[in-house]
Design a protein around this ligand. Structure first.
Ligand SMILES: *Cc1c(COP(=O)(O)O)cnc(C)c1O
Length: 388
């Protein structure tokens, strides 16, 4: 395949772009895999005349490949890769000034809530947390200073669905930007920019990387002015991942579509077991017709994802015992990788939310359903529930 074939990359299907976008064959060797480019500095022919790279914080060929690939998958003209999801968020929040106001969902990712309330707010940015499923409450929270609305959908760990197009309308009426954290859905299942969002945020640590072996973050946008500012901040602040990190994330993206199909089908099988199980009082999964956000999810997502939460009927202690008694599901934080994980959010990922608007029920269990054998996953949970 000649490299000029890659000029057509934008017309390719999602799965093709996941493997090829931003990744022409290496011009030196023909290598079909983007090299891990370790050089920190790049030769210049004349002062200021070079091939697009000067210094590796500012730009790095492996990072460029990742940026071009994931931007393409998000339908974005601009993409920037960072050292973590939090550093991507931090860089984006630095576009705000003292006196600006930001609205975030009342069950935002805990790290996002901490960054906004404990790091950005003391620098003079005002914030309000609201239930983003309540559009009247959202409109009521808007002030003349509101510059940004920050949404996640599905949310963590309650798997609430936010109507991206409707929230984008409120944001744009207020002259604010809508940011959507697309970590749980991935661009394979949900395309926030096409629904009206202005910026997409990722923790690529989760489904994009997909193998629990690399921490990273991403910002994607079609807003040229904002993208210029973000690229300036990426270089000025310097929260970039290593070339090896970028390579691993790029490698993960290649299989993301097939992994997501399997995450979705395994999650559906697990939900079949849990829904109506006598030891389970409630299953939170947007694929269930009874889920409050089911219709919106069916409209704005092409699959319901691999995250499943449920409440254990016998209460907190039983939930804690269940989390420690599965064998295929590993008791651990994080999510979105090939191996299945189980956790107790109240005592683990969301422990710091106790007493805050983000507090979660103490009988709640969150599953990140992996891509192992469906039979093994369902049997593991069924046996653990029987033992309760
Ligand atoms: C993990 C996560 C983050 C933070 O990303 P890191 O890569 O851990 O810094 C942000 N948002 C969501 C929804 C996440 O799950």
């Amino acid at each position: 395949m000649a490299d000029d074939v890659f000029a057509d990359a934008e017309s390719w299907g999602f799965e093709t772009r996941a493997i090829h976008a931003g990744q022409p064959h290496d011009p030196v060797s023909g290598a079909v895999v983007v090299p891990i480019s370790l050089a920190t500095t790049f030769a210049q022919e004349q002062v200021g005349v070079h091939r697009g790279y000067e210094y590796s914080r500012t730009g790095n060929p492996t990072r460029t490949a990742l940026q071009d690939c994931l931007a393409s998958l998000e339908g974005a003209s601009h993409g920037l890769a960072f050292a973590s999801g939090m550093s991507a968020e931090d860089t984006l929040l630095r576009t705000l000034s003292p006196g600006d106001h930001i609205i975030l969902g009342n069950d935002a990712y805990g790290g996002t809530f901490r960054l906004i309330s404990a790091v950005v707010a003391p620098m003079g940015v005002e914030w309000t947390a609201v239930d983003l499923t309540d559009l009247d409450a959202l409109a009521g929270a808007v002030t003349p200073s509101t510059r940004m609305i920050w949404a996640e959908t599905p949310t963590n760990p309650l798997l609430t669905i936010i109507d991206i197009a409707a929230v984008a309308q409120v944001a744009h009426d207020a002259g604010a930007r809508l940011v959507v954290d697309n970590t749980f859905a991935t661009p394979y299942l949900q395309q926030p920019l096409s629904l009206g969002a202005d910026v997409v945020v990722h923790s690529t640590t989760k489904y994009c990387g997909g193998h629990s072996d690399v921490v990273g973050g991403f910002l994607a946008s079609n807003d040229h002015e904002l993208a210029d500012r973000l690229a300036y901040l990426q270089n000025a602040v310097g929260a970039v991942g290593s070339p090896f990190d970028n390579y691993l994330t790029l490698r993960g993206l290649k299989t993301m579509p097939v992994r997501m199909d399997r995450h979705c089908s395994n999650a559906a099988a697990v939900v079949d077991l849990l829904d109506g199980h006598p030891k389970v009082s409630e299953v939170l999964y947007p694929g269930l017709p009874g889920h409050a956000g089911h219709e919106i999810a069916a409209r704005q997502m092409s699959g319901f994802g691999g995250m499943v939460s449920f409440r254990v009927a016998a209460g907190r202690d039983a939930a804690m015992r269940l989390a420690a008694s599965t064998r295929v599901f590993t008791l651990a934080e994080s999510l979105g990788a090939v191996e299945s994980l189980i956790e107790h959010p109240g005592a683990m990922t969301h422990a710091s939310a106790a007493g805050s608007p983000l507090e979660v029920p103490d009988d709640l269990i969150r599953l990140s359903v992996g891509i192992e054998s469906t039979v093994d996953l369902v049997a593991d949970l069924a046996e653990a529930l029987d033992r309760l």
